[in-house]
Structure formats: structure tokens, C-alpha cells
Ligand binder design. Structure first.
Ligand SMILES: Nc1ncnc2c1ncn2[C@@H]1O[C@H](COP(=O)(O)OP(=O)(O)O)[C@@H](O)[C@H]1O
Ligand SMILES: [Mg+2]
Length: 213
């Protein structure tokens, strides 16, 4: 994945957030405070505004910029968490103009570790970690099998989607939704949903590059 494709990923994600803004906010209305779509859309509009100032820089610097913009412009729990994801991801690809699949895996792994360290959520706590973690695992499998083809990336996307859907029966243990206890059962987690959109955008971009098998 080169710089242009990293930008393409971010653009796709920003578009997906815009298209799903109301949906994300509705999900957050059920178990939170009805602002997740608004938070994310505000943040990614700012990111897209600021990207032209860093497009010529290396991939680590681009992702660090994304992180800084998100931390400074997104309120709520999700701003610092997504900010941490991109910040920690950026440090392991700093200086790189191009990412091999192994580099992208390191980026995702570091981002996930950052989110877990910062938010202290475990798998099954009904958070963005529940979409991120299985997707990173599926991507690791694809890299181990030396496949970043369209079909392999569809499997990684499916893992993120399944992780997102698996949050429906969970009891929230972190964030605002945890105040509801058992009443959080039956609702899909908004952060897991936006994380699915982020990974869908990424794996689609990689799958286009990887080509068909
Ligand atoms: N401690 C945490 N660890 C991981 N993710 C979290 C944590 N707390 C909240 N989240 C994620 O943040 C999402 C809510 O984001 P948002 O609505 O933007 O922030 P807020 O809850 O402050 O209003 C949740 O759906 C969940 O996925
Ligand atoms: Mg909220």
C-alpha cells in the first residue's frame, strides 16, 4: 500500500462515515448519548480538510496527522480512542513511503494495542475492540498465507462484520453503554460499527491493489 492508497483508505472511510452518520448516531441513541455519528463525521471532515498539508509526507506522518486532528476535534470516548489507534499505528510505519502487508499488519496490531491500553476494554466488553481484534486476526492469517488478494480481504472484512454483529447480544462493560448494564443487550455497538467501516475501507483498498487470484 503506497501513500496514495493510504489517502484513498482515509477518503473511503470519511465517505462511509458521512453516509452512515445518522445510522451511527441512532445506534448511539439506543445505548449512549446519540452523538457517535456526529463525532466521527466532524472528526473525519477535519481530517480530510487537513490531509492536503501532509499528502507529500511519509505514511507514518500522514497517520500521525490523522491522529492529531482526531484528538483535537472529536469529543467523547471515540476521539481519544481513534486518535490513539492512528497514533500508535503511525509510530510503527514512520518514515515509510510504502507498506508491505507485514507493515500494515504491524500498524493494525499496534493500533489495537493502543486502544486496549487506553480504554482497558477486553474482547466481549461490547466496544470497538470487538470488531478490531477479530479483523486483525483475520488479516494476520491472510498475511501468513501470503494472500492480500480481493478474496482474502473479503474474509478479513467478514471477520470485522461478524465482530461488529457479535456485539448485539453482549452486555456493555465499558463506556457510556455500560451504565445500562443488561439493558444494553440487543443493540449493536456504535464504535464497533464505525470500526467495521474503517476496516472495510482499508481491506477494500488493499484487495484492489492485491488483485484477484
Ligand atoms: N473504554 C473503551 N474502550 C474501547 N472502546 C470504547 C471504550 N469506551 C467507549 N468505547 C467506544 O466508543 C463508542 C462511543 O463513542 P462516542 O459516542 O463517540 O463517545 P461517548 O461514549 O463519549 O459519547 C462506543 O460504542 C464504544 O465502541
Ligand atoms: Mg456517544
Amino acid at each position: 500500500m503506497n501513500q496514495a492508497q493510504v489517502i484513498e483508505w482515509l477518503q473511503k472511510f470519511a465517505d462511509a462515515i458521512e453516509q452512515n452518520k445518522d445510522y451511527l448516531t441512532e445506534l448511539d441513541a439506543a445505548i449512549g448519548d446519540a452523538d457517535h455519528g456526529i463525532n466521527m463525521d466532524r472528526g473525519f471532515k477535519k481530517v480530510m480538510e487537513q490531509l492536503p498539508t501532509v499528502v507529500d509526507q511519509d505514511i507514518g506522518s500522514i497517520l500521525k496527522k490523522v491522529s492529531m486532528v482526531l484528538i483535537s476535534s472529536v469529543g467523547g470516548a471515540s476521539g481519544p480512542l481513534y486518535g490513539t489507534f492512528f497514533l500508535r499505528g503511525s509510530t510503527v510505519v514512520m518514515g515509510k513511503q510504502e507498506l508491505a502487508p507485514e507493515d500494515t499488519l504491524k500498524l493494525l496490531q499496534a493500533g489495537l494495542e493502543g486502544v486496549v491500553q487506553r480504554g482497558k476494554a477486553r474482547l466481549g466488553d461490547k466496544t470497538m475492540v470487538d470488531a478490531l481484534s477479530p479483523a486483525v486476526e483475520a488479516f494476520r492469517q491472510a498475511v501468513d498465507d501470503r494472500k492480500t488478494t480481493e478474496s482474502a480481504m473479503k474474509s478479513a472484512i467478514a471477520a470485522a462484520e461478524q465482530g461488529m454483529k457479535d456485539t448485539i447480544p453482549m452486555i456493555a462493560k465499558k463506556g457510556r453503554a455500560s451504565y445500562l448494564g443488561k439493558r444494553s443487550i440487543g443493540h449493536q455497538d456504535p464504535g464497533a460499527t464505525s470500526t467495521y467501516l474503517m476496516l472495510n475501507s482499508l481491506f477494500e483498498t488493499i484487495g484492489e491493489e492485491g488483485g484477484k487470484e
